[in-house]
Design a protein around this ligand. Structure first.
Ligand code: 26W
Length: 844
């Protein structure tokens, strides 16, 4: 329940949310970045640099240049300034300790606005381009998203990279330079279609190719043993196949350009582009086959973020980037410090999920084989350098690899894993009072589904610290997936609640709200988000609320335009914008939202003259190409939209929109325009969520379950400023034990039954009435995600939200309090915590 507004006068002032003054909206929309001092000579210098880049680096005249060319020229000119900033701040210094963030995904999006903002050159760049007759917005629009990630995990890595640079934490991010990031989604008749994404088609002006940083990555082959006559047997791996990993560096500039880090992405190249012997023998095709096989490794990002695929190419990707990164950081350490024994003092390696978990045996192998260290020393170094973050509890997402595949692809690593496991189990059977402890539960090898290596336990055992990504998630790690390993090492699991970078998700995505925040809290709020707390008293200021609402209205008008362009649907910007944007997955329960949409549609049809709160239901998100149910959910959203949006009886009371091709850039447009944030996963299943944080920071009110970081958001914004519904994680655990819980829930709710009937009987798919039977049957007979169980409470809270929207003073008060109290969710806070409690590196 939202709190009462302070006075009756305010309520009258704001009686109509849609009547925000057009003038205020415009003033806010065209506002100038707070206090960037634009020096005329800096504008001239940048203008001339951009012109020179265009002519000499791109090879175009200003007359012939397209927007994409101007973008490249601008990026190159700014990249020079980033390099200068790095040399000013860090020239020739060796940091005491570096963080190495290993991630198979970095979902960066565009870099231009980040770079301009952190260099303090937004207005300078705008003016320089204006002098050249070019509009900055057009140039920004010409930058392709670097979409080297699927969703939450990849975007988190990007936010962390920006925050580490802003906090001057010396760090290198390591990943893969995929030719093709996440696929482009289009809708064909409402069905998801995937097309390859080609962000590198015209090159990447931000990156530096570093062919001098090339490492050899082995696969397959055999292992030999030699004795040096010192009672010491040495094993040596002879790979059958080798691939080169070539470095490409993207500089990441921190806030106010005080520090620059690098994101080093590896490209796979064949060591011999053409096998000469075969070529000369006339086998011209066979001579280049090896090259294609090698280069396939960095060709494409795997588009599944919720089920482990078990494909050989995926394991090759994981080992490829992990090995290259470890070789690189070991080489750097030896060059700077000599002995590898001090590696844990000067390097902290973070494994982003289990995707780089092969680092455990690979670091052991490098230390023993390449650097001649004995097992015990190598184990000591490894387990004091590695740290592991878990991002999911879903059993189908926990990685395991068949022993047979590991033995074939990485024979030496399999031997090392066996030895690690043997020592580990020996230790446990010694500790365990006989019979009291089943060691198979902590084994690194799963013997129940064929023999498979369990990457989670491997990463756990090889790491100094293991963390979950929200308070609830970290507790669930202790009580579920890592229960037995946790009992052995109760200090190992800690919590590090996720965060988001405010530079991107507030300053850049929402300059209008940023201007309001600066006005209310002072310039310092840009450096220190905890000052947002100063907005609290403004929640009770009717004039401030009015301007806050006007800011939102302007952003909704912009989004309405995008919706019209991309879907052809006209929406009223004064309606409540209800937003669910994230990967499409059953546990995230887009289906719950859609069923409620249908129930609402039916209720409006029954009582069209009631005073309904006008709503626009906005969905966006990609489904894994092989995830049949998720793709059917997208089709359902489209089919419901077609019926609802074209029903003359409904009008503007309800509109449904599915925006195709969700991306970081689209998120930046949707989030500032959202009134309501849907965070409705089955409790216990969303590890954290980070979209929830972006939306709440921008003042959308959350409707959510007590799941992941929603719980902590509630604690910060206050229970009266968030809409919580449904079972909590304990309730879910209890309910799934009850037989027929779905049937009972459906029997108890006529509204739910009617909505399911309509979906199941073809009301929204007259061309194929049985189309959605798989969805409805699953709900009636399985309902693994308790959609039916939570429905009634979700309906209740949605009607409460309808009522709250009609009290604008209270609504905007709650929205402002959300913005004011979200500072804790800055990824600067997350990174400070990692730095102090996991990495033990100094933060400036
Ligand atoms: C092996 C297939 C696969 C690929 C990716 C399985 C699982 C993943 C990721 C762990 C999925 C992911 O992105 N998880 C999300 O991580 C975010 C950042 O911590 C959290 O906020 C989300 O709740 C979590 O779903």
């Amino acid at each position: 329940m939202l709190k009462e507004a302070p006075s009756a006068r305010d309520r009258n002032d704001e009686a109509d949310t849609s009547a925000s003054s057009a003038k205020t909206a415009k003033a806010a929309a065209t506002f100038v970045k707070p206090r960037e001092i634009v020096h005329a000579d800096a504008v001239v210098a940048l203008r001339e640099d951009i012109r020179a880049k265009l002519v000499y680096a791109i090879g175009k005249t200003p007359e012939a240049a397209r927007e994409r060319d101007w973008f490249a020229a601008t990026a190159l000119a700014l990249r020079d300034r980033i390099v200068d900033a790095r040399d000013r701040a860090q020239a020739g210094t060796v940091p005491d300790k570096r963080v190495y963030y290993l991630s198979l995904e970095f979902l960066i999006g565009r870099l231009l606005s980040d770079a301009m903002n952190n260099l303090g050159l937004v207005e300078t760049t705008r003016a320089a381009l204006r002098d050249l007759g070019i509009d900055l917005a057009d140039v920004e629009g010409a930058e392709p998203d670097a979409a080297l990630g699927n969703g939450g995990l990849g975007r988190l890595a990007a936010c962390f990279m920006e925050s580490m640079a802003s906090l001057s934490i010396p760090a290198v991010g390591y990943g893969i330079r995929y030719d093709h990031g996440i696929f482009r989604q289009s809708l064909e008749n409402g069905w998801q279609r995937e097309a390859p994404e080609t962000w590198l088609a015209e090159g990447n002006p931000w990156e530096f190719a570093r062919p001098e940083a090339t490492y050899t990555i082995g696969f397959g082959g055999h292992v030999t043993m030699t004795s040096q006559g010192d009672h010491h047997i040495r094993r040596h791996w002879h790979p059958a196949e080798t691939v080169n990993a070539v470095a490409y560096d993207v500089p990441i500039v921190g806030w106010k350009a005080k520090h620059v880090n690098v994101l080093r992405l590896w490209k796979a190249e064949a060591d011999a582009p053409v096998e000469l012997a075969r070529f000369n023998a006339g086998d011209h095709v066979g001579a280049v086959a090896g090259r294609a096989r090698a280069e396939a490794i960095s060709r494409v990002l795997y588009p599944s973020d919720s089920s482990a695929e078990g494909q050989e190419l995926r394991l090759r990707q994981e080992f490829f980037f992990t090995s290259a990164s470890l070789q690189d950081l070991v080489r750097r350490h030896v060059a700077e410090r000599g002995s590898l024994r001090s590696l844990p003092d000067h390097a902290a390696i973070q494994l982003n999920d289990t995707h780089p978990a092969i680092a455990v045996p690979e670091l052991m192998r490098i230390l023993m084989e390449d650097h001649d260290l004995p097992w015990e020393d190598a184990w000591q170094i490894t387990t004091h350098t590695l740290h592991y973050t878990n991002h999911t509890l879903l059993p189908e997402a926990l990685e395991t690899w068949p022993v047979e595949l590991m033995e074939r692809l990485l024979p030496r690593h399999m031997q090392i894993i066996y030895l690690i496991n043997w020592l580990h189990l020996e230790e446990q059977s010694k500790n365990a009072r006989s019979g009291a402890f089943d060691v198979s539960t902590v084994s690194l090898i799963d013997e129940t589904h064929g023999r498979r290596v369990r990457m989670g336990p491997l990463a756990f055992h090889g790491s100094r610290r293991v963390n979950g990504v929200s308070a609830l998630h970290s507790e669930l790690l202790k009580s579920t997936v890592f229960k037995d390993l946790h009992a052995i090492e109760p200090e190992k699991i800690i919590n590090k609640t996720n965060g988001i970078t405010f530079r991107r998700w507030l300053h850049n995505a929402n300059p209008e709200l940023t201007a309001l925040a600066v006005e209310a809290a002072g310039e310092g709020v840009l450096d220190d988000p905890t000052l947002l707390e100063r907005l609290v008293p403004f929640a009770d200021d009717a004039d401030f609320r009015k301007r806050y609402a006007a800011m939102r209205k302007a952003r909704k008008e912009r989004l309405a335009q995008v919706i019209a362009e991309r879907t052809g649907v006209t929406v009223d910007p004064s309606a409540l914008f209800d937003v669910q944007i994230k990967r499409i997955h059953e546990y995230k329960r887009q289906l719950l939202n859609l069923i409620e949409t249908v129930a609402l549609y039916q209720a409006i049809k029954q009582a069209p003259h009631k005073d309904w709160t006008p709503r626009v239901k906005i969905f966006a998100g990609k489904a894994a190409p092989s995830y049949v149910q998720a793709k059917l959910i997208i089709k359902l959203a489209g089919d419901i939209a077609n019926v609802v949006n074209n029903d003359p009886e409904i009008g503007d009371r309800l509109k449904v929109v599915f925006l195709p091709n969700y991306s970081v850039s689209l998120a930046e447009v949707i989030i500032p325009a959202a009134d309501l944030s849907e965070q409705i996963s089955t409790a216990g299943m969303e590890a954290s969520g980070t979209g929830n944080m972006k939306l709440a920071l921008n003042g959308a009110l959350t409707v959510g379950t007590l799941d992941g970081a929603n719980i902590e958001i509630k604690d910060h914004v206050g229970a009266e400023n968030i809409f919580i519904f449904g079972l909590d994680a304990e309730g879910v655990l209890a309910r799934v034990k009850e037989p027929d819980y779905a049937a009972k829930a459906i029997a108890a709710s006529a509204r739910l039954a009617a909505a399911l009937d309509a979906i199941g009987n073809g009301t929204f798919s007259p061309d194929d009435p049985g189309r959605f039977a798989p969805l409805v049957d699953e709900l009636r007979h399985g309902d693994r995600y308790l959609t039916t169980v939570d429905f009634e409470d979700y309906w209740r809270v949605q009607r409460e939200i309808d009522a709250a929207w009609k009290r604008p003073a209270q609504w905007w008060r709650a929205a402002i309090l959300n913005t004011a109290r979200m500072a804790w969710f800055s990824s600067d806070r997350s990174m400070r915590e990692y730095a102090e409690e996991i990495w033990r590196v100094k933060v400036a």
